[in-house]
Structure formats: structure tokens, C-alpha cells
Design a protein around this ligand. Structure first.
Ligand code: SF4
Length: 303
């Protein structure tokens, strides 16, 4: 399969479970949305609206968020999948969490908005070349700090609504993430200058600087070589484990019914043909065209 433009999300999905990469990027399987991801996406949308729309008060801002959330969760919108909540009260618990985060966001940003100190970029996808690859990332926000004496004048801010938040900068920097390396690369491509990366944890309203490491770019290159090579060779084995049931939206409709990894692609095709599984029409067409030429994507044997 052609890996195309690579993003953090593609790398992360493939590293997490190659089979889920195949389902998502190869077939475009349509499943209900993950609740945490759906809330995160609504928070991003509303944080952008904060700068675009003149809300009269914090209550109006939070109220607008509530309206959007209820519409998205219970409104059966055309271009959105339903959200796969795991228990009865989850929609209301997530709403409460979202309201708290968005209220805190308002209070922390309103002074800057009143002083017309706006971000210079919001929610923009940027592509950039990188050592023979093309990488893609979405910058949540870029601020310009003209008065800053040390370091770059621009900062990239990445919003996170994660439940687990680091206690300090040291902990925030503990794990290497290709996401922030890609952010630096695409920012440099867009603005022709360097930027610092900060992660803004919406639950606690705190930002932590993510420090670049000396080997960052080499690690990213290694990762890209490894992942794209396997994708090109159609290596999509299942990574079954405890995580499947709790975090993966493909478990219930697909993987729960498939025991043998070698036979799963045939089972999958049967489910799609019988209409038990919705997929992207374009991707399915491409898959069938490729299937005539390629190896079995899971067992690496000829179909
Ligand atoms: S349920 Fe498990 S094996 Fe299936 S796609 Fe998800 S992570 Fe992979």
C-alpha cells in the first residue's frame, strides 16, 4: 500500500496496531467515534471559535459549547458518526469535563483577546518535505511573542484534553513523541523560522515546554523508514491484547469476530460485501484493484 503523506496520527496508529492502520487508512472502515477523541475534537473547534466569535460572557461561551456538544452527541448529524459511549452516564460526564475545560480556557485567554493579542495561526494543516518523505501535521495554534527576550519569537501550542496530565515540565518531556518533531518541521516550512513547542493541558490550564532533543530528527527519520517500508510491503498483522476491548473502536464490529489473523482479511471482505461493515467507497475500490496484484495484507501470502 502506498503510505502517502505521513503524519503523527498515521505513525501512531501503525505502531499501535498495524491491522487498525489497514482498517482506517487502507479501507476507511466507518465505525462510531471514540468518546475521548470526539470530545477533544469539539474542544479544539470551540477553542478556535473563541477567537473568531464575540461571546458576551463566559456563560455564553460555555453555553455555546454545550449546544454544540448536545447536537453532536444526540443530534444525528450527517457528516458525523455516532459516539460510542461505554456506559449510560458517560455523555453527561464528558459534557461536564468539557464545560470545565472550556470555561478555564475562556478565563485564561479573555484578557489577551480584549487586548487584541490574537494567535497568528489557528487549526491549520501544513505539509512539508523531510529527508525524502512528506510529512503533514495540524498546528492547533501559533502565538507570536514579540517581547520575548530569549528563544524563538513564535510558539506552537498543542491542546490536550487527556485525563492523565504531567505534574511538571520534566514529566511532560519524559516520552519522545514524533508529533512535536513534526510540528517543528512544518512550522519551519510555513514561517521559515524556528518555534518552541508547548503542550497546553486543558484540564489543568497549564502549559509545558517540550524541549527538542539532539537526536529528534534522526529518530523521526528512522521511524518513518521503518513504518513506510512495512506499509509498502502490506504488513498489517493484528496486535491483539487487553487494549483492544477497552480502547479500539474496531474491536466490537470486527476483531471480536476474528480469531485467526491469517483468515481475517477474508472474513473482513465477507462482512463488507454483506453490508455488515461500512467502508469508504473509494478506498474499497482501490483495495480491490490492488488486491489483484498484491500479497495477502495480513499473512503476507499471495491471495
Ligand atoms: S481491536 Fe485490537 S487487533 Fe483489532 S484493530 Fe483494534 S487494536 Fe488491532
Amino acid at each position: 500500500m502506498d503510505p502517502g503523506v505521513m503524519s503523527y496520527s498515521k505513525i501512531n496508529t501503525y505502531k499501535g496496531c498495524p491491522f487498525s492502520y489497514f482498517l482506517g487508512y487502507g479501507l476507511g472502515v466507518i465505525v462510531p467515534d471514540n468518546p475521548a477523541l470526539a470530545l477533544g475534537s469539539m474542544l479544539h473547534t470551540h477553542a478556535k471559535r473563541f477567537w473568531d466569535i464575540n461571546y458576551k460572557s463566559v456563560d455564553k461561551f460555555v453555553g455555546a459549547f454545550r449546544g454544540m456538544y448536545l447536537q453532536r452527541v444526540f443530534g444525528k448529524l450527517k457528516n458525523h458518526q455516532p459516539v460510542a459511549f461505554k456506559y449510560k452516564d458517560e455523555p453527561w460526564i464528558r459534557l461536564k469535563q468539557g464545560e470545565k475545560m472550556i470555561e478555564l480556557f475562556y478565563r485564561q485567554n479573555i484578557r489577551n483577546k480584549e487586548r487584541e493579542k490574537r494567535p497568528i495561526l489557528l487549526e491549520k494543516q501544513v505539509r512539508a518535505p523531510f529527508r525524502g518523505f512528506r510529512v503533514l501535521g495540524k498546528l492547533d495554534r501559533v502565538d507570536e511573542l514579540k517581547a520575548r527576550k530569549k528563544g524563538p519569537k513564535k510558539i506552537i501550542i498543542d491542546y490536550k484534553s487527556d485525563k492523565i496530565v504531567p505534574v511538571d515540565e520534566l514529566e511532560a518531556n519524559f516520552v519522545y513523541s514524533s508529533q512535536f518533531v513534526i510540528y517543528r518541521i512544518i512550522h519551519k516550512h510555513e514561517f521559515k523560522e524556528n518555534a518552541d513547542v508547548y503542550v497546553w493541558y486543558l484540564r489543568i490550564g497549564r502549559m509545558f515546554l517540550i524541549k527538542p532533543k539532539p537526536n529528534d530528527k534522526n529518530c523521526l527519520e528512522k521511524l518513518l523508514i521503518e513504518v513506510t517500508d512495512d506499509i509498502k510491503k502490506d504488513k498489517f498483522p493484528m496486535f491483539k491484547g487487553f487494549h483492544c476491548k477497552s480502547v479500539c473502536e474496531y474491536f466490537k464490529p470486527i476483531c471480536k469476530h476474528i480469531k485467526n489473523s491469517d483468515k481475517c482479511i477474508l472474513e473482513l471482505e465477507r462482512m463488507i460485501r454483506k453490508g455488515k461493515l461500512k467502508v469508504s467507497k473509494n478506498k474499497w475500490k482501490k483495495y480491490l484493484e490492488r488486491k489483484k496484484l498484491i500479497f495477502h495484507p495480513v499473512s503476507h501470502q499471495l491471495l
